[in-house]
Design a protein around this ligand. Structure first.
Ligand code: GLN
Length: 313
């Protein structure tokens, strides 16, 4: 069924926010030095319906770096260019069961990146972005993610500099993929484009609009622009459902029953197909790198709004 009336959804978003706020567990990411400076108490929540109806609570307009949430949208853009079969073969769709920045996962799988939502697969995906030259690839990514958000997204220079100085592990993963022929261009510029894509500043509201675009078959409900095809949305959401929260993807799907994608700055995008996008942001993370409050608020909304895709009524 459809969502409840606008006013009721508005109340439930405030309730979800108040309920999730009670949980102050978890820790802010610090392996990227700039992220350690985040306000641990910041918390924003936003729901954007496919008709454009918008609901917010808390710091819904506070900026944070998109981080791994970008993986979902760059993947969708690349799928739109290359098609279902090519991306499935090259990037894969299976969970690794290991941490997002695992090197061992690449080795265990004979050099296959496994899925686009871990760093190896995201690097392999960014390597496929059209353009050839890194600056053109970056322009394509920035423009594409901005079309998902419905406004121009800008780089956080401090996060970009901080992560560039400390991303040796991603450089190693990219080199390893190159050695297996899974990245066929110069790998270090790929890491740079990837690092920039992770450093784009978004708000919970932006993330909800981006999610609502995937919920709406690829049409941004605020701008009316088609960003990707409906088939690409379907494929992207299947990948998010199985791999969006890393090694906790199973627990997430069991509790929440929706495709979602987290980032280490504390954001989570969640998609209720045909209904709405949910954007949540709170910097304290669980051990897998997923925001504690964002998971709680989204779980609450999934239950009270009846969004679980596996529920028969
Ligand atoms: N840019 C971060 C990294 O590559 C993104 C990780 C994440 O959000 N989980 O380590």
């Amino acid at each position: 069924g459809a969502l409840p009336p606008w006013q009721r959804v508005d109340e439930l978003v405030l309730e979800a926010y108040a309920w999730a706020r009670q949980d102050a567990s978890g820790a802010v990411a610090d392996y990227i030095p700039a992220l350690a400076q985040a306000d641990p108490d910041a918390f924003g929540l936003c729901v954007v319906e496919v008709d454009g109806g918008t609901h917010t609570a808390g710091d819904a307009d506070a900026g944070f770096s998109i981080q791994s949430i970008s993986k979902a949208f760059v993947y969708a853009l690349v799928c739109d260019e290359l098609g279902h079969a090519a991306v499935r073969e090259r990037i894969g769709v299976n969970n690794t069961g290991l941490a997002f920045n695992s090197v061992v996962a690449v080795e265990l799988n004979g050099g296959h990146p496994m899925n686009p939502m871990v760093n190896a697969g995201a690097l392999a995906t960014t390597a496929l972005v059209p353009g050839g030259a890194p600056d053109e690839q970056w322009a394509y990514v920035q423009d594409g993610l901005s079309r998902f958000a419905g406004r121009p997204l800008a780089l956080d220079d401090e996060v970009y500099a901080s992560e560039s100085a400390t991303n040796q592990r991603n450089q190693a993963i990219a080199r390893l993929l190159e050695s297996y022929g899974r990245i066929e261009v110069d790998p270090l510029p790929v890491v740079d484009v990837y690092t920039r894509q992770c450093s784009l500043v978004v708000t919970a509201r932006d993330v909800a609009v981006m999610g609502a675009t995937l919920a709406d078959g690829g049409v941004n409900p605020l701008t009316g622009e088609r960003v990707v095809s409906a088939e690409v949305c379907r494929d992207t959401l299947a990948v998010l459902a199985s791999t969006g929260l890393y090694e906790r993807s199973g627990e997430w799907l069991f509790e929440i029953g929706l495709p979602g994608k987290s980032g280490v700055a504390g954001g989570i995008v969640t998609v209720a197909p045909g209904k709405a996008g949910i954007g949540a942001f709170a910097p304290r993370l669980d051990p897998a790198g997923n925001s504690v409050r964002a998971q709680r608020a989204t779980g609450y909304l999934s239950r009270v709004l009846g969004l679980n895709v596996f529920a028969s009524s």
